[in-house]
Design a binder for this molecule. Structure first.
Ligand code: CO
Length: 466
């Protein structure tokens, strides 16, 4: 029986987040959305992740407006977003009322599927977002952050997937943010998930280490339901495997996607000149387009490696890279084997650099490392040893509850603080997540309005409608 592989297209979110620091503008997206909508994708990943921050911070755009504009054109295809559990799209834990309101507004403005993850795979940090999505009748895609460690094996991930299904997940995503999932490991994992959970399984990888399309093929043979791809001019390198070669490879098989290669090729034609533009402006660096074998060698994300190099460069200590790369897995073990994804990748990396440069381990300790040990981010995959605990936080108490249980409702206070800027309900959420950045955006938005209506100086001479 035919069992077509479904494809989620990432060109409007992860692909440009990974290749050009999330700088694709709404104006560059809109002309192609109608054609993307005709393909028959499982979904268009179009929002969330870093796009929200980037709209406000770099593009002087309202992220909510972007979502509504895409939704207006994409009438047939589901829109998907990436959501960092209790961190929403920001970098700290928010109170439940903010998480709930954000989910409500995301769905009201056009999101159908919310992919929810937590950097530590602590399911308690997913609970509020999952329940809120269910309440708003959205599709909950709960996520396994894939990583390699003595505890992160097929049994662990299968148990986690079953737990997420029990919490109400409508589908499960294996999120391989650094391209560590090798083809035969993917086959084993997908087989186990298919045998143990009923909801669809989606696989997300990055091409960073060069194994992405082999991994997809083995996962597809093992029965994976959906894979994430990017249209070819915006694929490969640190982005996703390309859409068209996968569609071609499966043609005529029982997993034929049924997607039209001619239509995909027209879509690729739209993005080719944009790619050239990003390359010539320097926004796209040829360095991120090749195969980064260090990812496999050291099992760290590509982005983390370049961060380590620049941290060492700033100190004139580039020769210490090898030593730091050996220290990274040790710090990771000390901290209970967190998957290396934002923010844990930065936290582990910075501490490893300090441990090497200070010539003594944990002579200097960052406040984020203390936070992890205190339990402020949630529970780590493996319990942190008493020895490390004492070394890092002395006899301070660890938090064992869900971190957000210690955060009082904050939506009303935030509303009061930003009242003067509010032009739409959603502005409160932009402000809640990125206070100063949103404030600057709101001020620019206000200034632009005056420009359109005529300068302030002219106002005396004109009659304005109220
Ligand atoms: Co990704």
């Amino acid at each position: 029986m035919a069992n077509p592989v479904k494809i989620t297209e990432t060109v409007l979110r992860d692909s440009h987040q990974s290749l050009i620091a999330t700088r694709m503008t709404t104006e560059e997206m809109l002309p192609i959305v109608e054609m993307l909508d005709k393909v028959g994708y499982n979904a268009l990943e179009a929002w969330g992740g870093a796009t929200f921050d980037s709209c406000l911070r770099f593009l002087n755009e309202d992220p909510w407006e972007r979502l509504r504009k895409i939704k207006d054109i994409a009438k047939n295809t589901k829109l998907q977003m990436l959501f960092r559990g209790q961190n929403i799209l920001g970098y700290r834990h928010y109170a439940d009322d903010v998480v709930e309101y954000f989910v409500q507004k995301s769905i009201a403005n056009g999101i159908d599927i919310i992919r929810i993850f937590d950097a530590l795979n602590d399911v308690r940090n997913l609970k509020t977002a999952i329940n809120a999505t269910k309440k708003e009748k959205g599709h909950v895609q709960a996520t396994l952050c894939y990583t390699i460690s003595p505890v992160h094996n097929t049994e662990y991930f299968t148990g986690l997937a079953k737990e997420l299904e029990g919490m109400g997940a409508d589908s499960i995503c294996i999120k391989d943010m650094s391209g560590l999932l090798l083809p035969y490991a993917a086959e084993e994992l997908v087989k186990s998930l298919k045998a143990n959970v009923k909801v669809p399984i989606e696989l997300h990888t990055h091409y960073t280490s060069g194994v992405g399309s082999m991994t997809y093929l083995k996962a597809i043979e093992a029965g994976v339901d959906i894979v994430d791809c990017a249209i070819s001019p915006m694929a490969l390198g640190t982005s996703q495997p390309a859409t068209e070669p996968l569609v071609a490879s499966l043609q005529g098989t029982d997993r034929d996607t049924g997607l039209d290669l001619n239509l995909l090729s027209d879509i690729a034609d739209y993005f080719k000149p944009l790619r050239e533009k990003y390359l010539s402006s320097g926004l796209m660096d040829t360095k991120v387009l090749g195969v980064d074998i260090n990812t496999l060698k050291y099992q760290v994300p590509g982005g983390m490696l370049s961060n380590l190099v620049s941290q060492l460069k700033a100190q004139g200590k580039e020769d210490k890279l090898e030593e730091v790369l050996k220290e990274v897995p040790k710090v990771r073990e000390d901290l209970g084997f967190p998957p290396l994804v934002t923010p844990s990748s930065q936290i582990v990396g910075t501490q490893a650099v300090l441990n090497v440069l200070m010539g003594e381990r944990y002579k200097m300790i960052t406040k984020e490392v203390k936070g992890i040990v205190r339990g402020e981010y949630g529970s780590t995959p493996v319990k942190i040893s008493d020895e490390i605990k004492t070394k890092i936080i002395g006899d301070e108490k660890q938090i064992t509850c869900r971190p957000a249980d210690n955060i009082a409702p904050e939506l009303d206070t935030i509303k009061e603080k930003c009242n003067q800027y509010i032009e739409q309900d959603e502005d409160v959420l932009s402000y809640a997540l990125f206070e100063q950045v949103a404030e600057k955006y709101f001020e620019q938005r206000r200034a632009a309005k005056y420009k359109v209506d005529g300068s302030l100086a002219d106002m005396d001479n004109k009659v304005y409608p109220v």
